[in-house]
Design a protein around this ligand. Structure first.
Ligand code: SF4
Ligand code: SF4
Length: 167
């Protein structure tokens, strides 16, 4: 796979200044389709083993019409300085202090270097004021809530892989 090597990280729009600030706050969430359809769990295992991806979670049930799930998992890149934490702590789960920061795949000169582009990054909407963000679907509090919902059918695989990579 070839690396994605330029900013903007989404369809080029005039409003984007290519400043990279969006990649320096919080890495975007992936959805299962980002890893193939069906998702390629060998690929995900390798990604977790690299330390540059982690299993993050949405606290509570991410579905709008359900309250049955206490925590819903999804995959996203690690933050610079916290690579490897995904497998070093709690079987693939990240520490609170590693939630915000520069994405491990952000390169100041080349932009995004990830071979898997998180759907949340693709959904980012640049604005002239650089208050750029991915608007979640109606009713969702954050884009990662929707991502966590889409990952729900794969929760057990994600957790099992995280433990597997850790051991
Ligand atoms: S989307 Fe916004 S924050 Fe991201 S590079 Fe473009 S202008 Fe900067
Ligand atoms: S995966 Fe790429 S586009 Fe998304 S936050 Fe990281 S560097 Fe930016």
């Amino acid at each position: 796979m070839s690396a994605i090597v330029r900013l903007p990280v989404f369809a080029p729009l005039a409003e984007c200044k290519g400043c990279g600030a969006c990649c320096k706050t919080s890495p975007g969430a992936t959805v299962p389709d980002d890893w193939g359809n069906p998702p390629n769990f060998d690929m995900i295992r390798d990604a977790l083993a690299s330390g540059r991806w982690l299993v993050d979670w949405w606290e509570g049930d991410p579905r709008l019409d359900s309250a049955q799930v206490l925590r819903a998992y999804y995959l996203r890149p690690a933050v610079v300085g916290f690579e490897g934490e995904a497998v070093a702590r709690e079987a693939g789960f990240m520490s609170v202090e590693g939630q915000e920061g520069t994405c491990t795949f952000h390169n100041a000169k080349r932009g995004c270097t990830s071979t898997v582009k998180p759907a949340e990054c693709s959904a980012l909407q640049p604005t002239a004021t650089r208050e750029c963000k991915a608007e979640p679907p109606q009713g969702y509090r954050r884009w990662s809530q929707r991502a966590a919902e889409l990952w729900l059918p794969y929760s057990e695989q994600l957790i099992a892989l995280a433990w597997d990579v850790k051991s």
